[in-house]
Design a protein around this ligand. Sequence first.
Ligand code: IMP
Length: 201
Amino acid sequence: MRRLIFATNNKHKVEEVRAALGGMVEVITLAEAGLHGEIPETADTLQGNALQKAEWVIEQLKVKSEKLRVDGVFADDTGLEVEALDGAPGVYSARYAGEHCSFDDNIDKLLAALDGKENRKADFRTVICLIENGEVRYFEGRVDGQILTERHTNGEGFGYDPVFMPDRFAVSFAEMPLEVKNSISHRGLAVKKLKEYLFNY
Ligand code: IMP
């Protein structure tokens, strides 16, 4: 079975991606690969950040004494793009309310920025970068929706999930079972494209 390192320290994402890829690919986390440093994320586009993260893992593997058998590396980068905020927080979604801020801080800042605004249209966009044998490929997924005026949550999900309601649904991402979110989400759609590629090549 193909073994790929997923360049993330986010356990929610690992769960989502493992569930989506099923038994087709062995997904190794950074911790399982023995990589513990801080992943760089300083590009100004989602594509640039996804590439930077995947390349960082490849560099780390080169200097590691104990060699690990892996077929490739993939990384994702996601942004929440809000129309009334000219696409912000976008590539800065993780640090919208400042370095080391919490998901709650980010949501508070977003709700304040949209206070009184009628246009609450937003999308989540994910870019996945896969590097195998030096070849770089990108897979993109996007979901459109609205930013709610307050949090709606059953405790599912993470990040901006409590305030994002995808089009054609009456609940937020944080009120959906993981399988439902995966089937329509930005990352779910990008992973589906990755899966189709891995299945065919
Ligand atoms: P990342 O760069 O892919 O880690 O994503 C940047 C930020 O976007 C995260 O820190 C979250 O705040 C947010 N984010 C990414 N994916 C999701 C999601 O599926 N739901 C809600 N927020 C997300």
